[in-house]
Design a protein around this ligand. Structure first.
Ligand code: GSH
Length: 226
């Protein structure tokens, strides 16, 4: 049985990727949450190799970083990436682009599943990131026929964009119709709903995440339990 270490479900976008991939593809695992604190990095460093989560343990093997976890799982589970070679090449490239890019989206719209925020403006760098996401999603949906980004089946690529889907809803980001439909579809799958329900039940509030999420906007709704 795998063991996956993650952070708070409300905030932890990187944790969501690995968790969703494993849950949606029904890989058996136990999870443990290390809640964020003011001193997370020091705390995490004592526990996991890179000082960051997600962190996967498989017996005596340890893997950290969401992309490394996806690739590790792909060695033993064929369903992680699309079956078709060209869909797989595209999906890996786009997941890597997501993994290493989109700095304005990350900074100006940090993930917080349980709140709704009205942005005061959409800055040029943020618009550039949003436009590129629309472009990539339209390419995937048109080329492979949906309802997922690389075709009929959920793959790691959808897991990599899952935090973006929560951000689109939290910050009401402008998306093309077909991309909004994809976002709605991903929000509706069982494992995304399970993550969201758990996020809404969390009572941890980490001050830095709470202030970061309203740096570029105004809080209009908080659906989390208090
Ligand atoms: N590139 C890494 C990023 C991991 C990361 O930044 N994780 C955050 C949680 S979302 C973390 O562990 N933060 C610890 C801290 O803030 O001290 C991945 O893909 O896993």
């Amino acid at each position: 049985m795998y063991k996956l270490y993650i952070a708070n479900k409300n905030y932890s976008s990187w944790s969501l990727r690995a968790w969703l991939l494993m849950r949606e593809l029904s890989f058996p695992f136990e999870e443990e949450i290390f809640p964020f604190t003011e001193n997370s990095w020091e705390e995490y460093k004592k526990r996991c190799p890179g000082g960051l989560v997600p962190w996967l343990k498989d017996g005596d093997k340890e893997v950290w970083d969401s992309f490394a976890i996806a690739e590790y799982l792909a060695e033993s589970h064929a369903r992680v990436w699309p079956e078709d070679t060209s869909a797989r090449a595209w999906a890996r490239s786009v997941a890597a682009e997501m993994h290493s890019g989109f700095p304005a989206l990350r900074m100006q719209c940090p993930m917080s599943c349980g709140v709704r925020i009205a942005l005061t403006e959409i800055s040029a760098p943020l618009q550039k990131d949003i436009s590129r996401i629309n472009e990539l999603w339209l390419e995937g949906l048109n080329r492979f026929g949906g309802p997922f980004l690389a075709g009929e089946k959920f793959t790691a690529l959808d897991a990599f964009f899952a935090p973006v889907v929560f951000r689109i809803r939290t910050y009401d980001l402008p998306m093309e119709d077909k991309c909004s439909e994809y976002a709605e579809h991903l929000l509706s799958i069982g494992s995304m709903r399970e993550w969201e329900e758990a996020a809404l039940k969390e009572t941890w509030r980490e001050p830095e995440h709470e202030s970061d999420m309203i740096k570029y906007g105004v809080l209009v709704e908080d659906l989390r339990i208090t």
